[in-house]
Design a protein around this ligand. Sequence first.
Ligand SMILES: [Zn+2]
Length: 140
Amino acid sequence: MDVNFFNYDEMLKKAKEQVPPDIYHHKRFEIPVVDLFIEGNRTVVQNWKDITTRLNRDPAHLLKFLTRELATAGTMDGPRAIFQGKFSKNFLNDLIERYAKRYLICPTCTSPDTILLKEGPYHFIKCEACGAKEAVPKLK
Ligand SMILES: [Zn+2]
């Protein structure tokens, strides 16, 4: 038996096993992580501006979504946002992820390259990648 040939065969098998099984078609969108501290009875989000820039959404729209979900009051203070009450980082991260899934990520192709459109009483997200246009719930 040709020993070298056998080894080559084994090497080929090993190389194939090392190919990652999952190859993403889209760059996975990373939800920005909230950086906050509690001050008295308020929660101060320090990287608010960074979060809204990364999401590419109107900060007022995200603020409205969060204050509705948290059932509290919130204000923007320069690059920060301040919410009444004490909220954990994980809790706020989950809400921002929910916001991104609803108002940012294209439901058709999962691309984050979308824009939020307002047409009369309706809101849509329009995908720049695949052209899909999906109605989204309007924030009241
Ligand atoms: Zn799309």
